[in-house]
Design a protein around this ligand. Structure first.
Ligand code: A2P
Length: 270
């Protein structure tokens, strides 16, 4: 009865679908991007995350949370990942090639969404490392530009090579047929490095506190009257930018109660 039983199990809609890898790009020995097929029925809001995984040797799925890095209107799904040498999932996932299969969860979710923010003039998207991933989705959503006059994406990494994905992404978005026109008018990209010399060196948190960020951008300092903030990165970044927001009387928002800022930990898939 074993084969019949197996078929019966796989025919039942499980918590994930099996998708095919379309392309893989390696940026550094720590960072890579991959693109997979998207099931017709898969719907998500820009900024949400989903479970991604591979089957383990015993056949059971090994899954981790990943931010969706592609826009909701795209025909395939993008992900931006760290490589952890001893990580159960990413030590294997980093070797995927075009044509390989990966597991995709069925239920996207998250708080880094436009619905969780009140209307405002200027939207800050503050990221470090792979925390840029949900913003790769949001900066390609026309609604982002309908809701805000200016969209400021900040990305801080240790080294310049780690900024490549973001640099290429923003260039492509500004060149895009669908949203390029809005992005060229409203999207500002601010990238800094912390552990080597670069055109702009320092943590974004220090540059907010000192006012350097606003001077460089030519905008007034953070103000809950006009500004909204989305934060995605390391736990330290979340804690520090959240405190900066609270100190300036910003209120944290959620899907149920939209407000001035929202926070999501960058999923450091292991
Ligand atoms: P730093 O080099 O000063 O630690 P990581 O690779 O460790 O996730 O870090 C990514 C980037 O985030 C680094 O440039 C790091 O700066 C920066 N970073 C780490 N913690 C914070 C924080 N609490 N506030 C602002 N930036 C941070």
């Amino acid at each position: 009865t074993a084969p019949a039983k197996k078929n019966a199990v796989s025919a039942k809609p499980g918590p994930f679908t099996v998708e095919t890898v379309l392309s893989v790009t390696h940026y550094t020995d720590r960072l890579f991007h991959f693109r997979i097929t998207r099931p017709d029925a898969f719907r998500f809001r820009s900024g949400e995350f989903i479970m991604i995984g591979l089957p383990k040797e015993d056949g059971k799925p090994l899954l981790r949370a990943y931010s969706l890095a592609s826009p909701f209107w795209d025909e395939a799904l993008d992900f931006y990942s760290i490589k952890v040498p001893d990580g159960p999932l990413t030590s294997r996932l980093q070797h995927i090639k075009q044509g390989d299969e990966v597991l995709l969860g069925r239920k996207p979710t998250g708080t880094l969404v436009l619905d969780a923010l009140k209307p405002g003039k200027r939207l800050y998207m503050i990221s470090t490392g792979t925390g840029i991933a949900p913003f790769a989705s949001l900066i390609r959503d026309p609604e982002t530009y309908e809701k805000f006059d200016q969209v400021i994406l900040t990305h801080t990494c240790r080294e310049a090579a780690e900024l490549t994905y973001g640099n290429e992404l923003v260039a492509a978005v500004k060149d895009d047929e669908l949203i390029g026109e809005f992005a060229r008018e409203k999207l500002v990209h601010f990238a800094s490095v912390t552990r080597e010399e670069g055109p702009i060196k320092g943590r974004v948190t220090d540059m907010i506190e000192s006012g350097e960020l606003f001077e460089r951008l030519g905008v007034p300092p953070l103000d809950p009257e006009s500004d909204r903030v989305m934060i995605c990165g390391s736990e330290g970044l979340l804690r520090d930018v959240k405190q900066i927001c609270l100190d300036r009387n910003f209120v944290e928002g959620s899907n149920a109660a939209p407000a001035d800022f929202v926070v999501e930990k960058a999923f450091v898939a292991t």
